[in-house]
Ligand binder design. Sequence first.
Ligand code: NAD
Length: 262
Amino acid sequence: MDDRLIRQAARMLQEARRIVVFTGAGISTESGIPDFRSPRPFPPRYNSDDLTYQKFISHERYRKIYWDYDRARYPAMRDALPNDAHRAVVEIERTGRMTALITQNIDGLHQKAGSNPALVYELHGTVHEVGCLHCHTRWSREAITDRMEREGIEVPYCEHCGGPLKVATIAFGQSLPTDVLEESFRHAQACDLFITIGSSLVVQPANLLPPQAKRSGARLILVNLSGTPYDNIMDVILLGPAGPTMKAIMEDFGRISAGGGD
Ligand code: NAD
């Protein structure tokens, strides 16, 4: 770990007034949830072509494949625990200067770590809720899972209107919620420090958030295991595991705040 870069990131945190944190699957790999770039992404044996939103709404057969897939991936997310990087984000929030926590993750680990749900923008939805595609009623995931197990249901339908139920994540081919997306871009535009943690920055439109922040004059920090297509606009790049890196930044931030200076 490069102490000089850690110190630089900590100082940027100290100087910032409106901080946006933006996270991807890489912040949760240390919690045991693989990202999409791992040698063994999860869950195996499913073909993404069978999991598109268009197929889900077209036929019961694909709804069954979707629910099988989701049942395979859900336990790992339900049982995962937040790691040091999620906790560091909670610490950033406690400075009172974090305006938004934008995440591409669907695992809910930020909220589990203690992040204020009102500040969390889940671009790709959440695995912890289920919604009716017709009347838009929402249920907790546990309630639907219990019902499916109790009644031996493979594909659940809405108790109110009979519409198909789908986990409240954004499926392949499904557009992102406009309000969440617009708010996220608004926050990126208004911040003066934008911190990306654990994202390959290849998935659109979320990867357009850092350049948006940059254009508006914000400083940019990247914490990631590998480089991204946007490395050229970053002010500080910390290549390393998110947990230890974020922990080191927050420890340094604590020292500076306590008057430890350089
Ligand atoms: P990604 O899989 O494209 O990229 C993850 C990045 O994190 C990679 O660049 C990798 O080098 C880096 N990384 C992995 N482990 C790391 C660690 N310990 N510390 C620091 N960096 C680490 O993920 P993305 O950019 O979020 O976008 C892809 C899509 O993956 C999103 O649509 C998201 O919804 C979905 N997804 C989410 C989860 C989750 O909720 N945890 C898991 C898998 C995929």
